[in-house]
Design a binder for this molecule. Structure first.
Ligand SMILES: Cc1ncc(COP(=O)(O)O)c(C=O)c1O
Length: 382
């Protein structure tokens, strides 16, 4: 029997969900201020455009099963959008497949890649990153091998051991990066993948929140051996609807589309219809960019007031701050108790125990209130 079908030697128990570990801090914030200003999870709070929400109820697509690969309209809208913002030319007929939010793709694809190439067993991913890259490796019974980052939080591709590269099914890159906001050199990543015969999966869900320079996609550097992964969750505040796509190498897209069809991965029809409207609109993203940029400034001031070292990120809507004395949990407690703000300790994202991440996903006024509490503008009880 093929060993790869039985990768687990012992029963697997999922680790505690990281954000549940923050409950005590939430209690402290609520006790003191009546409610918490939760900046721990990167969940959008602003509304999607009204036309997108209206389209959810008027598509007449409820009765039948939706296409797993995404309707033609969905794939066309995705391709047009990526062309508009990044100058990428995609063939919607062969180079795009839909995903039910990108988290399922991140966590599930290593399993499918392993089925495709059972002689390989390694997933490479950024050492400080979104936790689902590692989880996807674990779920597929693969080795999760973190790739070190440089002092700008970019992947150090030279540090990848050739023995790991030879076993690798894929290399994940994430630009702009969560949690640290770094911007990788995607041309170098694509080149590394082709030179080593390793698929590069480029998670680009924050592409329109790039602050240093224009939006970058790995598809600007050819389509062979690479897939870009995109989401409507962040750009359109549509995380509750679950819609995204992967695009690039036609052979891989074909394989994944077939497998995912068999697995019943379907974006509901009304969500596909509403997504077409979301992909078609840039105005709301322009507005969202302004909101996040404003909130990043206030969040930065708050973290600095609390004694952290922090700079504005190259992209994304997270602030990645070095805690005073390297004690991230102490900083998280201080922010909860003195300002009602909940942040995530860096250990949630890998080997970064001295950092905290603050997601600027609360209204600017709430962040300002937190800053005022900290600096004493409204007195200590406000
Ligand atoms: C880097 C990164 N990738 C993927 C996702 C998943 O987004 P979604 O499943 O909503 O598309 C997130 C969400 O926070 C993320 O930060």
């Amino acid at each position: 029997m093929n060993d790869f079908l039985h990768p687990y030697r012992e029963p697997y128990l999922p680790p505690p969900y990281p954000y549940d570990l923050l409950d005590q801090l939430r209690v402290a914030a609520v006790e003191r201020f009546g409610q918490a200003i939760d900046c721990s999870i990167g969940t959008p709070i602003d509304p999607p455009p009204a036309a997108v929400v209206e389209a959810l109820g008027s598509s007449n697509t409820e009765r039948g099963y939706p296409p797993s690969i995404g309707s033609e309209a969905y794939r066309n809208a995705a391709a047009d959008w990526l062309h508009r913002i990044a100058g990428v030319n995609l063939d919607p007929a062969t180079e795009i497949g839909a995903v039910v939010g990108t988290k399922e793709f991140v966590a599930g694809t290593p399993h499918y890649l392993r089925m495709r190439q059972p002689d390989r067993d390694t997933i490479l991913y950024p050492a400080v990153s979104y936790p689902s890259y590692e989880q996807g490796a674990v779920f597929s019974g693969c080795r999760a091998v973190p790739v070190p980052l440089d002092d700008q939080w970019r992947m150090n591709l030279d540090a990848i051991d050739p023995a790991d590269a030879a076993r690798a099914l894929c290399l994940w890159v994430n630009t702009p990066g969560n949690p640290a906001g770094g911007l990788d050199d995607l041309a170098a990543a694509a080149e590394w993948g082709r030179a080593n015969g390793v698929l590069v999966l480029s998670d680009e869900c924050y592409i329109e929140f790039t602050w240093d320079g224009p939006p970058q996609s790995i598809l600007q550097h050819g389509h062979d051996g690479v897939l870009a992964v995109h989401s409507l969750s962040k750009r359109s505040n549509f995380a509750g609807a679950r819609a995204g796509f992967y695009a690039g190498d036609a052979e891989l897209v074909h394989y994944l589309r077939e497998i995912r069809k068999h697995g019943g991965m379907l974006i509901p029809g009304p969500v596909q219809a509403a997504s077409v409207v979301a992909f078609g609109d840039q105005e709301h993203v322009k507005h969202q960019r302004e909101l996040y940029w404003e909130r990043l400034q206030v969040g930065c001031a708050l973290l600095r007031a609390a004694g952290a070292e922090v700079d504005l990120p190259g992209g994304g809507f997270y602030l990645w701050a070095a805690a005073p004395n390297g004690d991230a949990w102490a900083l998280a407690r201080l922010l909860a108790e003195r300002a009602g703000v909940i942040v995530s300790p860096g250990e949630f994202y890998g080997d970064a125990a001295s950092y905290v991440r603050l997601a600027v996903v609360q209204p600017t006024a709430d962040l300002q209130l937190a800053l005022d509490r900290f600096t004493g503008v409204h007195g200590s009880e406000s």
